[in-house]
Design a binder for this molecule. Structure first.
Ligand code: WT7
Length: 712
């Protein structure tokens, strides 16, 4: 077992912990080992890989990932640090991502399934798209984007698409042209989409009339109208809206098509049908896409990802960590609207020429067995999802997997910490004790995995993401920049010391914010061109056990993770304040057994406004309208006054503790400590009365709540 010392971490003694640190203690879990059968077939089973990717071989080790791609022109410089911390990977290299994900498989695999699309309605036919068919569709759509929309290499096209095959087709069509795509999660509101359109200045929006969710055909086109209107308010004119139709010949929306602006794709496609477009040979550092991620200030951050570095990194990690073989049927049940879907539904699996499954709807629709029927019917070998989905599947059908004859070889969990108990159900029941599990820690900003075991070489430990992945060298720092002793089990801020090919290039249009958010905190010399001086601050709390495995505690800044969706507190609060009568708003996370966290809003009213039921309802609806259903608060509490510091900042940590029934901690620094008891009494007695009092929190949950708002 390369790199693994045995012996559990001793619990941290809370008495000996400084204020900059967070005391955590929990029971260490035992290891689970991969089967000989798994090891025998794994893409990586030779421990010499740890040496190949050790620090002395950095950055050249990443040639091994770059070499998994087909390059038009080979790079001359693996890593250029001259404009730190704007790293450039594979400089001098040229390639095309669509060529790598489609064309290069045609010679050997043209008739193999590239994408299997499973519609939500179980009676509807599964759609199999071969590599040849994918090639045809990508080319046609590229021809249409170029010919009809006149989008050019280097411009941005926004998509607001649900889980339908037209989405990866459109992404790959953009990649073919060197057009930067920006896919906004389909569940987000029109307004949220419009803000992102404005930020990226796209003149084209690609959408669909509707899609199925929970058995109901949703009106999705209506959101396009809101998006275009919002973008216009922010000064950006959307020239063309391309509308796919979920059911050919029908129209799922009540919103009228705007003449000259809105076009049904099927109606404008005929001249482009069967057309081929040469893949544009792009520099390795050309942006491939933007993916927006919520941040600590109101505006979402457009994480800009590169072509060569990103594609190398997702291809490499898909091969080594996802253990994808070309003959596999790989199902990642994430949404392509998130980075997980970009990297591990579309780009990684297709670059490796495997079969990737896309499911349109809810994994428990129409019943608890649906996911397992899909797995059985398609012979799925890999299953990849988030703890929130695993918890839901367990809740609705704890024994359901046993009824179906499928066999996973490999499973992934991603997006938030997984409770050991939930991990064990995933392993024993979903994986039938046969599949390895990788718990992959990473972020939208990162392109691909940062923490995970190599499945044949590192044993699994429930609740812990494992060691850093190969070529990634983390350290944990405290608030003052002092290193927390490695392997001590003490918590701090996890940082990555080195650049890696999948790291985002910048925040779209805001390089200062990029440096400020991720590098300023721990950089010691802003003029340095040496990567050693630029640790990447992940904004996550973490601890490292004595075996080198990391346990991630969640965000240290003001982001609330609901079902793996990261919601910025400022975005939530700005929406709440749009309601008439609301003076102040604060959003906090509350531990939720299914979603990980849910949002709770605290609001204070303007003088003279009376606290009636209506306002709470309006706050909820406004948040749903501005951000999306996923953000809908569990509770909205109207309080007379918020607990504030003397400088006037709302102490979210204090109200988060109240919502979670944990100790409010030190409130002596507040300007108005007297309000705390009133709020506590009001909120907690209401929760107790409605049976909403949470169970006792685990150490990790507690640490995450304590860390929330700690950056204030
Ligand atoms: C945040 C990133 C990148 C995939 C989807 C989420 C949390 C992510 C894990 C994990 C514990 C995790 C972190 C991270 N997170 N994976 N395996 N264990 N926490 O992407 O929306 O950018 O969120 O999700 O807090 O910073 P994202």
């Amino acid at each position: 077992m390369a790199k693994i010392k045995d012996g559990a971490t001793e619990a941290t003694d809370p008495e000996k912990v400084s204020e900059a640190q967070i005391a955590v203690h929990w029971r260490e879990e035992g290891y689970y080992f991969p089967s000989a059968k798994f090891i025998g077939q794994a893409n990586v089973s030779d421990p010499s890989i740890f040496d190949r990717f050790s620090e002395k071989n950095f950055p050249e080790c990443f040639k091994e990932y770059g070499d998994l791609l087909s390059w038009d022109q080979y790079w001359h410089t693996t890593l250029d640090t001259s404009n730190a911390p704007f790293w450039k990977w594979f400089v001098g290299g040229r390639l095309n991502a669509s060529y790598n994900c489609v064309d290069r498989h045609l010679a050997t695999d043209r008739n193999k399934a590239a994408i299997i699309f499973v519609p939500e309605l179980e009676d509807d036919e599964t759609e199999v798209i071969t590599y040849q068919e994918l090639y045809a569709r990508v080319n046609e759509f590229a021809a249409l984007l170029e010919g009809f929309c006149d989008v050019k290499t280097g411009e941005v096209a926004t998509f607001h698409m649900p889980m339908v095959p037209e989405l990866p087709v459109a992404m790959l069509a953009c990649a073919r042209l060197g057009v930067i795509h920006s896919q906004v999660f389909g569940g987000f509101s029109g307004a949220a989409c419009g803000g992102r359109i404005a930020d990226s200045k796209s003149k084209v929006l690609v959408t669909i009339d509707g899609y199925y969710r929970g058995g109901v055909l949703q009106d999705h086109k209506v959101k396009a109208d809101e998006a275009v209107a919002r973008a216009l308010e922010e000064g950006v004119v959307v020239e063309k809206v391309l509308v796919f139709r979920r059911n050919p010949g029908e129209y799922a929306s009540n919103s009228p098509m705007v003449p000259g602006r809105d076009f049904f794709v099927d109606e404008i496609m005929p001249p482009y049908k069967g057309k081929l477009v040469d893949p544009v040979s792009m520099p390795a550092e050309a942006p491939l896409f933007i993916m927006y991620s919520s941040g600590t200030t109101g505006k979402p951050k457009g994480c800009q990802h590169s072509t060569g570095g990103y594609l190398s990194y997702v291809t490499g990690t898909s091969k080594y960590y996802q253990d994808i073989h070309p003959e596999d049927t790989y199902w990642c049940a994430a949404d392509i609207g998130w980075i997980t879907g970009h990297s591990y539904i579309v780009y990684g699996p297709l670059s490796l020429g495997t079969t990737t499954v896309m499911y349109e709807g809810i994994p428990t629709y129409p019943d608890a067995g649906r996911a397992w029927r899909i797995a059985e019917r398609l012979g799925v070998t890999h299953f990849h999802t988030a703890p929130t989905t695993i918890r839901t599947l367990r809740k609705v059908g704890p024994d359901e997997p046993k009824k179906y004859n499928y066999h996973f070889r490999h499973m992934t969990t991603v997006g938030e910490p997984i409770e050991p108990d939930v991990w064990r159900w995933y392993y024993d029941v979903v994986g039938k004790g046969e599949a390895v599990i990788v718990d992959t820690w990473w972020q939208t900003e990162n392109g691909g995995f940062l923490g995970s075991g190599l499945p044949a070489l590192n044993p699994m430990k429930p609740g812990s993401c494992g060691p850093a992945v190969i070529g990634i060298f983390p350290k944990i720092l405290d608030e003052n920049g002092e290193e927390v002793v490695a392997g001590s089990g003490m918590a701090g801020n996890i940082c990555i010391r080195n650049p890696w090919p999948g790291i985002f290039q910048t925040i779209w249009g805001d390089p200062d914010r990029f440096v400020k958010t991720y590098y300023e905190k721990y950089n010691t010399d802003k003029n340095s061109k040496d990567w050693h001086d630029w640790p990447y601050f992940a904004n996550d709390g973490a601890m490292q056990a004595s075996d080198g495995y990391y346990r991630i505690l969640g965000r240290v800044d003001d982001v609330i993770n609901v079902s793996g969706h990261r919601l910025g507190t400022k975005e939530l609060e700005s929406a709440a304040i749009m309601v008439d009568g609301v003076a102040e708003a604060a959003a906090v996370p509350v531990v939720d057994d299914v979603r990980g966290h849910a949002v709770e809003m605290y609001i204070a009213l303007k003088p003279g406004v009376s606290p009636d039921q209506g306002i709470e309802q309006q706050v909820s609806s406004m948040i749903e309208k501005e951000i999306g259903k996923v953000a809908r608060p569990k509770n909205v509490w109207i309080v007379a006054d918020m607990p504030k510091t003397r400088s006037g900042k709302i102490m979210r940590r204090v109200i988060a503790s109240i919502s979670n029934f944990t100790d409010v901690g030190d409130i002596t620094t507040l300007a108005n400590p007297e309000v705390v008891e009133d709020i506590r009494h009001y909120v907690q007695s209401d929760k107790v009365a409605s049976g909403d009092q949470p169970r006792e929190l685990t150490a990790a949950e507690l640490a995450a709540i304590l860390a929330f708002g700690s950056s204030e």
